[in-house]
Ligand binder design. Structure first.
Ligand code: TXA
Ligand code: MG
Length: 334
């Protein structure tokens, strides 16, 4: 592994892009201060340049290299960093002029987090510079939670994938921006639900969702309605009775527990059934397995994936967000 870290660092220093594990999903990393390297991230992912990247810092001290924290939210940023960094919380803050335009898509703000993954942290620290890293998938497709998933997405396009096994969170970081309020706790605008849940953020501020951008210019440009989509159509079945199978079509079920008293499992003679949390129904396990299971179903040659909803509390909010985006029609992609 030491050799892989050294090689990753050398490539990043040369302005190359490499896939690295984080605790959430695998990222496609580049030196955030090298615009040519950042440009490669966009071309490898086929990502439109209006969709900005997350910048990863090696230490809290590095925050001032990429963002300018206004006085009126400084205390809040400090509290959030103490409680959630290193970890899966991304903060949108006013950007430092050293951050290239390409990283932020010309926005006056920058998205920042500190990854908790030991391999990512070691490389970030050794490089001595912030790392810009989106999820290591082609634009609009499912985020990779293993090195083999990265290879399926980007194999042949990048010089190195550092394999550290499966990601322990399985969903992309929670993204918030902070609005101060006189004499009150701040408002956190939730740009993307993720492993740091509303319940976890509430002690520090009031959490409000950013309205979804269907049909409008998105607030968080990457939060397009159709995202995280498999190639096979995915239908999120909010009620079992809504399922009307077509003759001769092959359907696979994305089940929560695989044994839900027959509500979904016994609804149809499924080609295949995959469970997010087999038997037990634990949201944390479901989050870790979600992209892996959707990928497996996508590879099963089905006409459609029928997904069962999970309860929309805690981590279930982020899981349902990803399922809804996977189910949105590609035509809503602007
Ligand atoms: O867990 C994660 O966040 C992973 C790992 C690799 O760190 N990264 C990730 O990056 O999910 P990506 O590029 O797939 O998603 C980043 C999201 C996009 O939706 C983008 O629009 C949003 O962050 N974003 C970045 N900068 C922003 C900004 N200044 N304002 C609003 N949204 C921003
Ligand atoms: Mg992504």
């Amino acid at each position: 592994m030491k050799d892989a870290l050294r090689e990753a660092c050398a490539l990043l220093e040369q302005g190359e892009v490499v896939a690295l594990p984080t605790e959430t999903v695998y990222g496609l990393a580049a030196d955030a201060f090298n615009p040519a390297a950042v440009a490669k991230v966009f071309s490898v992912k086929e990502r439109p340049s209006f969709d900005p990247l997350i910048v990863h810092i090696a230490s809290r001290g590095d925050l001032k290299r990429v963002a300018i924290v206004p006085d009126d939210i400084a205390e809040t940023v400090d509290k959030l960093a103490s409680n959630f960094w290193p970890g899966p919380l991304t903060l949108i803050l006013p950007r430092h002029p050293d951050v290239p335009d390409l990283v932020t898509s010309g926005l006056p703000t920058v998205a920042v987090r500190q990854s908790a993954h030991p391999v990512f942290r070691a490389i970030n620290k050794a490089l001595g510079r912030p790392i810009a890293a989106p999820s290591a998938n082609r634009f609009g497709s499912i985020s990779p939670t293993s090195a083999s998933a990265v290879l399926k997405e980007l194999g042949g396009r990048i010089p190195l994938v550092v394999d550290a096994g499966a990601c322990c969170e399985g969903l992309e970081s929670t993204i918030i921006s902070i609005e101060p309020r006189e004499g009150k706790k701040p408002v956190f605008r939730l740009h993307r639900a993720g492993p740091v849940t509303k319940e976890m953020l509430q002690p520090f501020g009031k959490v409000e969702k950013v309205r979804d951008p269907v049909g409008q210019a998105p607030q968080a440009p990457g939060q397009l309605a159709s995202h995280y989509a498999p190639r096979t159509p995915l239908v999120l079945l909010e009620k079992p009775e809504d399922f009307i199978p077509e003759e001769g079509k092959r359907y696979g079920l994305l089940s929560y527990t695989g044994s839900d008293d027959g509500r979904y499992v016994n609804l149809h003679d499924w080609e295949t059934v995959e469970s997010l949390s087999p038997g037990s129904g634990k949201l944390a396990e479901a989050a870790i397995r979600l992209f892996y299971v959707v990928r497996r179903l996508d590879e099963a040659g089905l006409d459609a994936i029928i997904a069962e909803p999970v309860s929309e509390t805690g981590l279930g909010v982020a899981i349902m967000d990803r399922l809804r985006r996977a189910a949105a029609k590609p035509s809503t992609l602007s």
